[in-house]
Design a protein around this ligand. Structure first.
Ligand SMILES: *Cc1c(COP(=O)(O)O)cnc(C)c1O
Length: 386
C-alpha cells in the first residue's frame, strides 16, 4: 500500500534521539527550549511553547485566551475534530463557518455575513479558529480585519502548515493572529512522534500557556504571591495540566527541523507534477493561490461525479483495492454524532457538504518516489477512464 502520508526518519534523527536518551534529562531538560527556539527563529515569532500534541496546544490556547462558559468559538466544518473540541473542553459553545469552494478553507465572505447576523443577535464569537487546510493559509488579512471590526481572538490551526508562507511571512509568525499552533504527528510535515507547539507574539499569553502546560505551577520568584519558603518552593496559580513534551521528542524535532525546507520543497514538486499529470481527468485539482506558498501537507482531488460512471465511494474503494492508501480529510465535524446531537445540520454548510461528497486525499509525502507517484497516477487514470 502506498500510504497517503508517511514520516521520514534519518540516521541523524536517530543519533539525536539516542544522545538525549543517554543524557541526564530525558524530560524538562535543554532539548525542549532548544526546539522552541529553533521554531520561533524559523517562523519569526517571539514565543514558542512546545507541548505533547496540537490538540493540547489548541486547548491551552483557548484557556489562555479566557474562553469559557457563555462564549462561542467558530471554526471550519472541514477539519479534524480537535479544532472544535478545544472550545468544548473550556465549556464554550462551538459553531461553524462554511468553506470557500476554491481553497476549502473557512470562507471570509461567509464569515463576514455570519458576523453581521451575530452582532444583531448579540452572539458574536470570542475566538475564530481558521484552519490552514492542506497547508495553504487562510485569507488571514481579511479575517484579521474582521477581528478588529467585531472584536474576536484568532487562533490559527496551522497543524498542516509549518513551512508555508502567507504574505511573505512564515505561517506561525502570528502576523495576523493572537496564537498559531503546529502539530508534529507522524503524518504532518515534521514529526516528534506526538507533539505540538503554540506560537504567539503576546508575552502574557505565552507565560500563561507555559504555566498551564505544567500544572499551572510557577517557579519564578518574581511571580510568586508569597515569599519563597526555600529552594524547594513553587506555587500553583492556575488549574493547569501536564501537557509537556519530552526531551526525547524535542531532540527528534530539532533534527527534523533541519530538513523542513527540503520536505516542503519536495512536496511542492510532487504537487506540481500531480497537477500536470492529472489535470485532464474528470477531477478538480487543488487550487493554489499564486501569491502564497503552501506546505502541501495533503493533495486533495475532487471528483467531477457528473462526468464519471462510478460513485465517490466506488472510486475510493477501487483505489484502496489497488493499494493506493487514499484518505478523506475530513468528515465534516458537524455530522460527527457528538456534534449532530447538538443540532448541527449540513444544510447550513453547503460548500462543505459538496466537498465531502467529492474529495479524496491521494498519497503525498516527501520521500515518495517517482515510481510510486507514477503508480498512483496511472491507477487513478485507469479507474476514472472506466
Ligand atoms: C492533526 C491535526 C490536529 C491535531 O493534532 P495532534 O498533534 O494529533 O493533536 C488538529 N487540527 C488539525 C487540522 C490537524 O490536522
Amino acid at each position: 500500500m502506498i500510504p497517503y502520508g508517511r514520516q521520514d526518519i534519518t540516521e541523524q534523527d536517530i543519533d539525536s534521539v539516542i544522545s538525549t536518551l543517554k543524557s541526564d534529562l530525558i524530560t524538562q531538560g535543554n532539548a525542549v527550549p532548544a526546539f522552541e527556539k529553533k521554531i520561533s527563529d524559523y517562523v519569526g515569532v517571539s514565543n514558542a511553547i512546545a507541548v505533547n500534541s496540537a490538540t493540547s496546544a489548541l486547548h491551552l490556547s483557548c484557556m489562555a485566551l479566557g474562553i469559557g462558559e457563555g462564549d462561542v468559538v467558530w471554526t471550519s466544518p472541514i477539519t479534524f475534530v480537535a479544532s472544535a473540541n478545544c472550545a468544548l473542553y473550556c465549556g464554550a459553545n462551538i459553531d461553524f463557518v462554511d468553506i470557500d469552494n476554491d481553497t476549502y478553507n473557512l470562507c471570509p465572505l461567509r464569515l463576514e455575513e455570519k458576523l453581521k447576523v451575530a452582532k444583531l443577535n448579540n452572539t458574536l464569537p470570542k475566538a475564530i479558529i481558521p484552519v490552514h487546510l492542506t497547508g495553504q493559509s487562510c485569507d488571514m488579512e481579511k479575517i484579521h480585519m474582521l477581528s478588529k471590526e467585531y472584536g474576536f481572538y484568532i487562533i490559527e490551526d496551522g497543524s498542516h502548515a509549518i513551512g508555508a508562507e502567507y504574505n511573505k511571512t512564515k505561517v506561525g509568525s502570528c502576523a495576523y493572529s493572537d496564537v498559531c499552533v503546529f502539530s508534529f504527528h507522524p503524518v504532518k510535515i515534521i514529526t516528534t512522534g506526538e507533539g505540538g507547539m503554540v506560537l504567539t507574539n503576546n508575552d502574557n499569553i505565552a507565560a500563561k500557556i507555559e504555566r498551564l502546560r505544567s500544572h499551572g505551577i510557577t517557579r519564578d520568584e518574581n511571580l510568586m504571591n508569597n515569599i519563597s519558603h526555600g529552594p524547594w518552593y513553587y506555587e500553583q496559580h492556575d488549574l493547569g495540566l501536564n501537557y509537556r513534551i519530552t526531551d526525547i521528542q524535542a531532540a527528534l524535532g530539532i533534527s527534523q527541523m533541519d530538513r523542513l525546507d527540503e520536505y516542503v520543497e519536495q512536496r511542492n514538486i510532487l504537487a506540481d507534477r500531480y497537477d500536470n499529470l492529472l489535470k485532464d481527468l474528470p477531477i478538480q485539482i487543488p487550487y493554489q493561490d499564486p501569491l502564497n506558498y503552501s506546505s502541501r501537507h495533503l493533495y486533495v482531488i475532487r471528483l467531477k461525479l457528473d462526468e464519471i460512471s462510478l460513485t465517490h465511494k466506488e472510486v475510493f474503494e477501487s483505489l484502496r483495492k489497488n493499494n493506493i492508501g487514499v484518505q478523506l480529510h475530513y468528515i465534516p465535524v458537524p455530522i460527527q454524532p457528538y456534534y449532530s446531537n447538538m443540532g448541527f445540520s449540513m444544510k447550513d454548510f453547503p460548500n462543505s457538504n459538496a466537498y465531502y461528497q467529492q474529495a479524496i486525499s491521494i498519497p503525498m509525502f516527501p520521500t515518495m518516489t517517482t515510481d510510486q507517484q507514477n503508480t498512483v497516477i496511472s491507477i487513478i487514470t485507469k479507474i476514472l477512464s472506466r
